[in-house]
Design a protein around this ligand. Sequence first.
Ligand SMILES: Nc1nc2c(c(=O)[nH]1)N[C@H]1C(S)=C(S)[C@@H](COP(=O)(O)OP(=O)(O)OC[C@H]3O[C@@H](n4cnc5c(N)ncnc54)[C@H](O)[C@@H]3O)O[C@H]1N2
Ligand code: MOO
Ligand SMILES: [Mg+2]
Length: 420
Amino acid sequence: MKDQKFQRRALQVKEAQAKIIKCANPLEPQEVSLNECCGRYLAEEVIAPHPFPAFNRSSMDGYAIIAADTNHCVNGQVVWLEMVDNIPCGAVQSVDITSGTTARIMTGAQVPSGADTVVMLEVTETRVEDGKTYVGIRKKQEAKSNITPMGLELSPGELVLPAGRLISAGDIAVLAAFGIHTVKVYRQPQVAIFATGTELLEVHEPLQPGKIRNSNSPMLEALVKEAGGEPVMLGSIVDDLELARIKVQMALETYDFVITTGGVSVGDYDIMGDLVREQSGDMLFNKVTMRPGSVTTAAVRGGKLLLALSGNPGACFVGFQLFARPVIRLMQSASQPFLPEWSATLGTDYSRVNNFTRFVRARLEIRDGSLYAFPAAIDESSVTVTIKDSDCLIVVPPEERGLSAGAKVTIIKLPGEIRG
Ligand SMILES: Nc1nc2c(c(=O)[nH]1)N[C@H]1C(S)=C(S)[C@@H](COP(=O)(O)OP(=O)(O)OC[C@H]3O[C@@H](n4cnc5c(N)ncnc54)[C@H](O)[C@@H]3O)O[C@H]1N2
Ligand code: MOO
Ligand SMILES: [Mg+2]
């Protein structure tokens, strides 16, 4: 039996977050190819090496002309221009355009020098005379029509992507357009995950009396991937302090970040709480004024972070989102490590009262263009099934005397699409 004299000092969520992110240092950059960089964080800014587009580009299939040549198109008078060139996409001009001449040009081709506008095929007619082709235009044309000027999108030297940006498909299109085929990104942290609990069975094992399957480890594995880290699965161990000590030590020496689940409360077999406490010099916190997850514990050893999450599945999930996710993202220098906070309307009454801030699992729905949050029917720390239906966490401040449907609430939007 344990001595229960030990007191824990509870930190506010923001205080605890500040403590842990202070220890989340960016890992070294590495060069990866363009097809491997989606979802990674850029380690250096990207500057436009040339104008984009790199040349004046036709945006229509038509004829490149000098607009002033059509000034005589009055009262249906047709102006005839001699076609002196043909420029398919990918080709360049063979002659300059001068007054009275035109070049047939296709969408995406470089506009020939001399021409200042492109007239669409549909508003032209042609005739052939003495082996020469003439293009007739009935309407006066404005200069600069149907031409995308060089550098319209970006000028050389302009910032294309800032460092710390999460690379998306659109970013990849721009990098490819500039011929950038390898990208400097931060290394993804290797995040060791292991569970503690003598009651834990492997996922493939049949149920046994009093035992449960280890569902937190696979959940954490998926969460680490979703946050942009590389999970390293170290299985589960029985509640044995010595075993846990060895495992934690090995994991901290080998990997970038260590996450455990279970055994952080005050029970007889809550070994992770004891383990962190016995080397309390480097403990960051072991109680947070939040529910679920009040027992979330963090320590730093030899420059590496250890986050001991609760064994209760709901608390494990919330603890990960609030503390582990920002760490994983900051280890890649993410410019926005935290999940976004939005405001929403409460869809149904929420009556639970607490003296800690509560992070209530909820579903989101858009009704008449407004965002509504519906709290899960059961959101106890020990409940697993409602995690799967959560689009967000409603932040219920402490000592709130119950919230009524229609109240404005702050939500933390969880990653992924709204299930509705
Ligand atoms: N006397 C007190 N008892 C408890 C307190 C307290 O303040 N005083 N806090 C409660 C709160 S709040 C929480 S949260 C839990 C925290 O428990 P632990 O982090 O110590 O976790 P365990 O005791 O190991 O397990 C709790 C619960 O979760 C199940 N579990 C554990 N690991 C897994 C896993 N990998 N996958 C699925 N489920 C898991 C475990 O079987 C237990 O049912 O403590 C309260 N008690
Ligand atoms: O600390 Mo716990 O509130 O049930 O997760
Ligand atoms: Mg316990």
